[in-house]
Ligand binder design. Structure first.
Ligand SMILES: CC(C)(COP(=O)(O)OP(=O)(O)OC[C@H]1O[C@@H](n2cnc3c(N)ncnc32)[C@H](O)[C@@H]1OP(=O)(O)O)[C@@H](O)C(=O)NCCC(=O)NCCS
Length: 219
């Protein structure tokens, strides 16, 4: 099915985000094989996801990727949603960027996570991907804040947050690994004041607003 056809069934697939170097489209089932192929080995996947004893590690990682995608769109609700994007540079898939709205109706706060293939790191793409979904959240969905978190040693993930104006809030300890997690937060006024939304072009949101519990006039 082409993009237009997919968007006709599920309006989220009509959302497009463009940055200086990247094009972000909402993940479709057709993206899963290439994502499974390029997904980096150092990417830590959801530790609570189902693992299958009869599958090797690589096959289990592909299963976590696929079930994560289906769960996100299959379990979608305006109160608790997770929107996965595929990032392309020059037409090549370079990574994935998630935007999440847990308790969206009451909190209007978004979370995010992302990964890039090794060759695409350290070139500002991580910052562009995050800025793209923040432009969607703050500029089109009426988010009041964005949060994020990463283990304290993950300099590039925390570097993206800090470069975009997030402030440290608190630390916690991951139950499954004992690692320390740094939590960060960015308020909508700080995002607007920073002007970093410039350069991000957001298209195709209006038909999808009802899926976020919004209408054109309600933001
Ligand atoms: C996290 C990730 C998406 C970041 O993307 P990236 O393209 O490498 O990061 P960028 O080049 O956009 O760098 C963003 C900022 O962080 C800074 N930064 C990058 N690496 C850093 C490091 N190790 N320590 C400190 N700062 C760092 C950069 O200088 C830049 O800040 P600036 O714009 O003020 O100069 C990417 O590195 C990745 O895929 N990592 C593996 C998966 C992962 O850990 N995901 C996050 C899970 S929470």
């Amino acid at each position: 099915m082409d993009d237009h056809g997919t968007a006709g069934v599920w309006a989220l697939h009509g959302i497009r985000l463009h940055t200086a170097d990247l094009d972000l489209r909402v993940m479709t089932e057709a993206d899963l094989p290439v994502l499974a192929h390029v997904m980096p080995a150092d990417l830590e996947l959801n530790p609570h996801a189902t693992r299958y004893a009869g599958l090797d590690e690589a096959a289990n990682r592909r299963a976590v990727l696929a079930q994560g995608y289906w769960r996100a769109l299959g379990m979608w609700s305006p109160d608790d949603w997770a929107l996965p994007f595929v990032a392309r540079a020059g037409g090549e898939v370079v990574g994935a960027q998630w935007l999440e709205g847990p308790d969206w109706t009451s909190e209007r706060t978004v979370d995010s996570s992302s990964w890039l293939v090794a060759e695409a790191r350290g070139r500002g793409f991580g910052k562009q991907m995050r800025a793209a979904v923040l432009a969607l959240a703050f500029g089109h969905l009426g988010a009041v804040a964005a949060i994020s978190s990463a283990v304290v040693g993950n300099g590039s993930s925390l570097g993206v947050s800090r470069a975009l104006g997030y402030r440290d809030t608190h630390r916690s300890v991951l139950e499954h690994s004992g690692e320390t997690l740094q939590h960060v937060r960015l308020e909508a006024p700080a995002w607007s004041a920073s002007g970093v939304a410039h350069g991000v072009v957001v298209d195709g949101v209006a038909p999808a607003l009802p899926l976020f519990g919004l209408t054109e006039g309600s933001r």
